[in-house]
Ligand binder design. Structure first.
Ligand code: ADP
Ligand code: ASP
Ligand code: MG
Length: 446
């Protein structure tokens, strides 16, 4: 078996969806499970539109016309009967939900997950219908929720519960079809509340389903030809990387390479399943294979550059850190209890500096820490990272990175290299990030 995950742009238009169906049909001998994202094209960013619709409703304006018109438009382009495949029922439910939000004037993370889930639940039905009608594939649609995929209750960034996997595997094997089409991005709590895995979470769904069925391969189909030396939107000359190790891909994903959701590699590593990243618009391009060990020796010291914008820097200062037992433990406990993720940390005798991603709710943690230390929070920073397993034991990589940034006139606020030495992360101003990446790319990949 294999899983084939198709990102939003891969299902963003009628033409792309037909291309997807063609690719799926070719893989029938390997029994594909197809994991689908919500439609995404320059004119139809479904998940963003769902979010905007819910926010407007909370502010008293319930209007689902944009969502309905966009979804019906794509159905029409493909000859999908939106009533017959259940999309009209979903649109009605969505309309009720939005009216409910407007009435109450409140939008909780739990409700937001319910809102966002409609995108995947509609697009997967479209793909399934086109596979059946136009491509004569004996496919079936089941949502991840109805297959029994359970998660924790961390709405907006839920984590799957592996205890639910055997049940999902049984549900899948009891289906009598050539292809299963399912939803990326979503799951449900034990008591049936819909959750999402975080924005971009369909990649994670791809590897979760791969692990559940013990797939021989997980394919991530997107709008670029694999994982590249950096985001081609920042550096158009970025090149596709033929092979990455699990460790390299994990670091890249964790440090912001948007092509993979940060948690994507976890299930693949646990189940030791290779992940192939490929371009739906250029399927003959080999893309990138991610596996435990490289098959061919690569001379590259640095493999890729990742960048993560909107980072927050929390500086904790106290005159009393020296000799005070448990100071760090106390800080970490507060961050952990407030669900604030820590990316990077640096200490001196009197300060602890910690970076956390955009959106992390640091205020509550900062208030608690203020009871025993001085705290400042700075926003608008970026983490720029150089990743590659060969950096391990190679002297001078950090020097090359910092010299490149000096050349670009970029000030480094903080720098870290883990003891595994496969990543050097540098904290810079958001406004300097692209310039930093361009110069680093020239240094390591020109
Ligand atoms: P999908 O909808 O298929 O999930 P995404 O937009 O989430 O696609 O991810 C693909 C995008 O990730 C690319 O278009 C590219 O701009 C961006 N990206 C960032 N870093 C990288 C990288 N190292 N390699 C390839 N793409 C990257
Ligand atoms: N549709 C979701 C999003 O836009 C999940 C995904 O595309 O992976 O974030
Ligand atoms: Mg994505």
């Amino acid at each position: 078996m294999i899983t084939m995950k198709f990102g939003g742009t891969s299902v963003g238009s009628a033409e792309r969806i037909r291309q997807v169906c063609h690719l799926v049909k070719n893989e029938i001998p390997r029994h594909p499970i197809v994991v689908v994202s919500a439609h995404n094209s320059p004119t139809l960013r479904m998940t963003d539109t769902l979010v905007a619709t819910a926010q407007a409703a909370r502010n008293g304006i319930p209007d689902t016309n944009r969502v309905a018109a966009a979804q019906r438009g794509i159905c029409q382009d493909l000859g999908v009967d939106s009533a017959e495949v259940g999309i009209e029922t979903l649109l009605e439910r969505f309309d009720q939900l939005i009216k409910g939000i407007a009435m109450i004037g409140e939008l909780t993370p739990r409700t937001m997950d319910m809102v966002m889930s409609f995108g995947e639940r509609m697009s997967a039905r479209v793909v399934n219908d086109v596979l059946r009608r136009e491509f004569s594939v004996n496919s079936e649609y089941r949502s991840a929720v109805s297959l029994g995929l359970r998660t924790d209750r961390n709405f907006g960034a839920a984590r799957p519960d592996p205890r639910s996997y055997p049940k999902v595997a049984r549900a899948i094997s009891s289906l009598n079809c050539e292809v299963l089409v399912t939803t990326g991005f979503i799951g449900a709590t034990e008591d049936g509340q819909v959750t999402t895995l975080g924005r971009g979470g369909s990649d994670y769904s791809g590897t979760i389903f791969g692990a559940i069925v013990g797939a021989e391969e997980v394919q991530i189909w997107t709008d670029v030809s694999g994982v590249m030396t950096t985001d081609p939107r920042i550096v158009p000359e970025a090149k596709s990387i033929p092979e990455l190790t699990f460790m390299e891909a994990s670091e890249l994903a964790w440090y912001g390479a948007k092509v993979l959701h940060p948690a994507t590699m976890l299930p693949a590593i646990d189940a030791d399943i290779p992940v192939r990243v490929k371009n739906t618009a250029d399927p003959d391009h080999p893309g990138t294979v991610i596996r435990r060990h490289l098959l061919s020796e690569s001379p590259a010291i640095a493999k890729s550059l990742a960048v993560m914008n909107g980072i927050q820097l929390v500086n904790i200062t106290t005159g009393r850190m020296f000799g005070v037992h448990g100071f760090m433990a106390r800080i970490f406990e507060i961050f952990s209890r407030n669900l604030v993720e820590i990316h990077m940390i640096a200490t001196s005798e009197v300060t602890v500096s910690i970076t956390t991603p955009k959106g992390a709710h640091v205020e509550k943690a900062a208030d608690e820490i203020k009871e025993f230390a001085d705290v400042t929070v700075e926003r608008g920073l970026s983490l720029v990272s150089v990743v590659g397993e060969k950096m391990k034991g190679t002297p001078g990589v950090a020097a090359r990175a910092t010299t490149a940034l000096a050349r670009a006139g970029v000030n480094i606020r903080m720098i870290s290299q883990g003891a595994t030495e496969i990543n050097i992360a540098m904290l810079v101003q958001d406004t300097d990030a692209s310039r930093a990446v361009v110069e680093l790319h020239r240094e390591f990949f020109a």
